[in-house]
Ligand binder design. Structure first.
Ligand code: CA
Length: 271
């Protein structure tokens, strides 16, 4: 996969924060027939390694989301829908092997986690038995620490190449809205709707529980991976654009609940 210079630059602009022109970038990619940028979840408790991975993957043009441990990783898997996860095994709140098993056991239809998510273990557990255990629990590849970033990056590309054309399953339907989590396509009344990556991620999060009110904090953490609260303008502008795009046929989606956050639909679903 050849990353364009513009892709690499876009990846360096700050992890999704205040991405100006993101929509235009996605539209350009679509026009050029390019794949949208893949989102990679890095689960690593060692701060320097986490930062090193995130910086290099972002420079390679990926969207990167980071977790220090299992609980944060679970949260991001359910809310931010990564395309691949790099998983350390020795984590402060548990064993990365458990995360592998949980992903593989996920419910394809009702669940929010893709059981076929490509999983790459990056671990200091170097024995043959450890590696076999990793594959046993569902990893697709296993890289030993210390590692070469170039090799890791090549293995990430290979995994993404193999899994890019998976058959679409588990479509989500909410009233006249339909979305396909694997191909990331969205339709309203059968008409395709073009969304930017973050607009899509926001919609996917809201569609998980269409009538529940998600707080701004939840959405910022889940969709943008903001740890520190501060600005909600990014969320509000994406929600506004999402509402406009979904509402072109007169449908009313993405309801702002003043002072709290957002939900996808207001009360009962139409028809
Ligand atoms: Ca570790």
């Amino acid at each position: 996969m050849i990353r364009s210079v513009s892709g690499a630059r876009a990846g360096r602009t700050g992890g999704g924060f205040g991405h100006r022109g993101e929509g235009e970038f996605c539209a350009l990619q679509a026009l050029a027939g390019m794949e949208p940028r893949a989102t990679i979840l890095v689960v690593e408790d060692h701060g320097a390694t986490r930062t090193f991975l995130a910086d290099n993957l972002a420079a390679d043009g990926y969207d990167v989301i980071k977790a220090e441990g299992l609980s944060e990783a679970r949260h991001l898997l359910e809310r931010a829908f990564p395309d691949l996860a790099i998983v350390d095994l020795g984590l402060e709140d548990g064993d990365g092997l458990d995360l592998l098993s949980e992903v593989r056991a996920a419910d394809r239809i009702a669940g929010r986690v893709d059981p076929d998510l490509p999983l790459l273990v990056l671990s200091g557990r170097v024995s043959e038995l450890d590696r076999l255990r990793g594959f046993d629990r569902g990893c697709d590849d296993y890289i030993l620490k210390p590692f070469s970033y170039h090799e890791l990056s090549a293995r990430v590309r290979a995994l993404l190449r193999r899994t890019r054309h998976r058959p679409p399953t588990g479509r989500v339907r909410v009233g006249s809205l339909e979305l396909d989590p694997l191909s990331r396509q969205v339709w309203v009344r059968g008409q395709p709707v073009a969304l930017s990556k973050k607009e899509y991620a926001l919609l996917r999060a809201l569609a998980g529980e269409p009538t529940r009110v998600f707080t701004r904090e939840e959405l910022l953490r889940g969709v943008w991976n903001f740890r520190a609260m501060g600005t909600t303008r990014t969320l509000d502008s994406h929600a506004f654009r999402l509402r406009q795009k979904l509402g072109q046929g007169g449908d009313r989606f993405v309801i702002n609940v003043w002072g709290v956050g957002y939900r996808l639909v207001d009360g009962g679903l139409e028809r």
